[in-house]
Design a protein around this ligand. Structure first.
Ligand code: BT5
Length: 327
């Protein structure tokens, strides 16, 4: 535990009575000036801490954001090594990539409460106002580059597991990387990696999750927020739920491959049985037909007029009833 975390823990323990700066300094073996600096930093991070002469410091309200100090105590899974960040940044994927390049271990997580340049796939923007959680996780999977693609599905499934298990929220998954709640996009997953021909050095998995509607929301048309169905949900609670779910799905994938998750993924899929078209990033149609499921490599299985096709990547749109399958 860092001194700052210890200051926070002591403030929590002191409750409404508060605790004097002198007592904190003695308890933690640091100077009163140091205590003052840690309190200032905690206030900066969003904690409401009253300071009254003669009484001392009193924690009035916890910060509500994706803060390591709020999330770490809620995590049970040992997969999570280090949680960093929590304030504003450009893109957590860039921050996590820099850490990965420096050798950060698997399970390193970078968090942000807002992003100045959050991104989606194919150079698209990810709206990242306050009220959301933006996180990127460093993974070092023992797979070949060709085997990484299902990880986006694994992360989506992990998000679904965590939200179900810890918050009782049921979401659906839109292949390959969207998490939907009541028809709106609740979360998106962005994978970036460094690899040579036959091994993967690191993968950074970015997750954008909409938790609370603020004046900046909706961040995008058809966006959903967790507090549409759970009011007063703390952002740190939502992030902890999602991280726990991701840890469990990732562990299963690492051990047994996507085949072990396939049935659960299909049961959560919003696309199975739907008539769809898949296009590549240039908008060129790759396949059109009815979704049958996914295969053991996470590819989308589509019954087309020419037979069953397995598509590894692309953008799915639902087909209008009168749209020709040859579109
Ligand atoms: C994604 O891309 O869904 C992946 C998003 C990943 C974002 C995370 S946040 C942490 C990490 N750091 C980053 O910089 N990125 C990752 P894609 O499938 O391309 O979807 C992008 C589309 O989703 C946009 O074109 C909008 O239509 C929509 N969109 C943008 N912001 C949204 C939001 N906050 N909520 C719902 N939909 C959004």
């Amino acid at each position: 535990m860092t001194t700052r975390e210890a200051v926070l823990a002591a403030l929590r323990a002191a409750g409404r009575q508060g605790v004097s700066g002198q007592a904190l300094a003695e308890q933690l073996g640091v100077s009163r000036v140091a205590i003052g600096k840690h309190v200032a930093a905690l206030r900066q991070a969003g904690y409401d801490i009253a300071g009254e002469p003669g009484v001392g410091y009193r924690l009035v309200a916890l910060a509500d954001g994706p803060l390591p100090s709020e999330i770490a105590p809620r995590l049970r899974d040992a997969a999570w090594m280090t949680l960093t960040g929590g304030g504003e940044t450009g893109s957590t994927n860039d921050d996590a990539r820099a850490l990965a390049v420096e050798g950060a271990p698997e399970g390193t997580v970078v968090l942000a409460s807002r992003q100045a340049s959050g991104r989606g796939r194919f150079g698209r923007e990810w709206s990242s106002p306050d009220g959301g959680a933006y996180l990127s996780i460093v993974f070092r999977p023992q797979v070949t580059p060709a085997q990484v693609a299902p990880l986006a599905l694994v992360i989506g499934l992990g998000i679904a597991r965590g939200l179900r298990e810890y918050l009782g929220v049921d979401v659906s998954l839109k292949w390959p990387n969207d998490v939907h709640l009541a028809g709106g996009k609740l979360a998106g997953v962005l994978l970036e990696m460094a690899a040579d021909t036959d091994s993967v050095e690191w993968v950074v998995a970015g997750v954008g999750l909409n938790v609370r509607r603020t004046p900046d929301f909706p961040p995008a048309p058809a966006a959903a927020c967790l507090d549409d169905i759970i009011s007063g949900l703390r952002i740190s609670t939502a992030v902890a739920a999602v991280l726990e779910g991701i840890a469990s799905a990732y562990a299963q994938w690492s051990e047994s491959g996507f085949a072990a998750l396939r049935a659960e993924y299909e049961a959560r899929s919003s696309l199975v049985g739907q008539d769809i078209t898949v296009r590549d990033m240039m908008g060129v149609v790759k396949a059109s037909g009815t979704v049958m499921g996914v295969d053991d490599e996470g590819r989308l299985l589509i019954a087309t007029l020419g037979g069953l096709e397995a598509v590894a990547a692309g953008e799915v749109t639902l087909r209008e009833p009168d749209e020709s399958p040859f579109a």
